[in-house]
Design a protein around this ligand. Structure first.
Ligand code: ADP
Length: 260
């Protein structure tokens, strides 16, 4: 089976990593990668040694979110992959290794093998936190990751929209099934503050994240607004350092909750 192809091996490998945190979403496009990167920056700002693994083999966005599309990891002894490092953050992504259009046509076993290599053969060194930007959804790769990686917990990203919430719920069910603690839910694109009148608009619905969180007894870590600057800055690879202050505060609070 596909799962058998993934040999995400021995907890041993990860003994230098204190905590692995999976960042997951049911649906694509809800801001999972953007949130993962901002969480990583917020953690780093507080002095933690952090890394991020882009587990989204079919749609890697870590290279562009850090503005590092042209980087290539070097290898040591022809085996160990060195992570790319920016602002003290170590990262690894299939996007650094093969052109985007190549990986998108890989069959499951190839994708699994690539993910296995990124995770196990990257020389992460000592880390307080390794965040994993999971592929969206609850398929075989996601399930295997949650079973084979000694993660401390998962953070779920959703928008307040019904479709996204329904898929986030499937993610929660998957983590519950493998007994992985859910550290909390982030409601992204929560609302939009009108640039003209300052009014708050609930573009994708209201309080969906809050309801989902309370139904499952998990903390709602933050409600991140829909903000033009979050998009433009993430497209320029600037991230939290230049985010609107509101989002920065939110992600900092999230990272403190995750750390506690
Ligand atoms: P996912 O990882 O869930 O597929 P991304 O993080 O790639 O989603 O985000 C999808 C798009 O939405 C990106 O263009 C990103 O810049 C934008 N985006 C994410 N969060 C916000 C936000 N709070 N406000 C505005 N744009 C956002």
């Amino acid at each position: 089976s596909l799962s058998a192809e993934i040999a995400l091996t021995s907890t041993n490998k990860f003994k230098q990593i204190k905590h692995i945190v999976l960042v997951a979403s049911g649906k694509g496009g809800v801001g999972k990668s953007t949130s993962a990167v901002n969480l990583v920056y917020a953690m780093a700002e507080q002095g933690a040694k952090v890394g991020i693994l882009d587990a989204d083999i079919y749609g890697p966005s870590i290279p562009s979110l850090f503005g590092l599309e042209d980087e290539k990891p070097t290898t040591k002894d022809n085996k160990t992959l060195q992570p790319i490092i920016k602002d003290g953050i170590k990262m690894q992504s299939i996007g650094f290794l093969v052109p985007a259009e190549d990986a998108t046509v890989w069959r499951g076993p190839m994708a699994s093998q690539a993910l296995n290599q990124l995770l196990n053969e990257t020389d992460w060194g000592e880390l307080d936190y390794l965040f994993v930007d999971m592929p969206p959804g609850t398929g075989d790769i996601q399930l295997t990751m949650t079973q084979k990686v000694p993660a401390s917990g998962a953070v779920i990203i959703t928008t307040p929209q019904d479709l996204a919430l329904a898929d986030a719920q499937k993610g929660i069910a998957m983590f519950n099934q493998v007994n992985l603690p859910i550290l909390g839910l982030i409601e992204n694109m929560s609302h939009y503050i009108c640039g003209h009148c300052g009014g708050k608009n609930h573009v994708f619905g209201q309080q969906g994240g809050e309801r989902l969180a309370s139904r499952h007894g998990v903390p709602l870590l933050a409600e991140i607004p829909l903000d033009i600057e979050i998009r433009t800055h993430s497209e320029q690879g600037l991230n939290i350092a230049k985010q609107p202050i509101k989002a920065t505060e939110n992600y900092t609070a999230c990272s403190q909750l995750i750390a506690s």
